[in-house]
Design a binder for this molecule. Sequence first.
Ligand SMILES: Cc1ncc(COP(=O)(O)O)c(C=O)c1O
Length: 289
Amino acid sequence: MGFETVACASTGNLANSVSAHAASAGMKCYVFIPGDLEAAKVLGNLIYRPNVIEIEGNYDDVNRLCSEIAGERHWAFVNINIRPYYAEGSKTLAFETVEQLGWRAPDQVVVPMASGSLLTKIWKGLKEFEKVGLLDSVSTKVNGAQAEGCSPIATAFRNGRDFFKPVKPDTIAKSLAIGNPADGYYALKTAAESHGAMDAVTDDEIVESIKLLAQTEGIFAETAGGVTIGVLRKLVKQGLIQKDEVTVAYITGNGLKTQEAVVDSVGRPTRIQPSLKHFTKTFGIEESP
Ligand SMILES: Cc1ncc(COP(=O)(O)O)c(C=O)c1O
């Protein structure tokens, strides 16, 4: 397409990917992020040496500015002027799920929502596999998850509306903090069409859920993963997801990126002198088997 510069508006993760791929493709790169992101997400850009532009404002301010810049410069903004490529790429999450389940569609999926795009594309991916005959019939219920502090889509769903009201985000799930979600309308349509549901969880529930996933499955997720697991729990409690249903919860980000969210609630290591005496004093004598 003749682009020399690649760019994006991001809540953090997309910027990390765009920066990395621009580096390996040898392209010029500009990533625009809100001014309050976690340290690891900012570092995860800087290491690739793109132009990192921190906006004094939230994602919706970032997105508005980027739309204006996209109108002026011949840059590939991956989620603005070339958005279809970025969005269609998300179908991979459906394709890989089906493949890894042994060529069957799950009964239920739970998907974290920021703009709502990923959720719609997981549904589209499943339907395309049905269309080309790789799946017999798809009856997967597509469920959406948001943080209570930024839940325009889930709130619309809970109120039985097919349109959302934009909000000002206030949540530790910064990667999902989009107050005016571009694909919100389509996400609501997808949940309705697939007979799925939507719900939201508080910041405390997000932290609890991150710990639950880590301590039961050995997976350390970022706050978006906490949102997914928190909502999964809620849907199970409400009887909307049954224990015998094949359910896929999409864990879309690594916990090392959002350490700030959990660092105060996981305790500290036990520090001792490097001697058997100190170890035994702290942990006692092991009982014989
Ligand atoms: C970790 C993570 N999960 C899920 C999403 C959801 O993306 P969207 O609903 O905008 O497709 C994002 C978006 O930034 C994200 O960073």
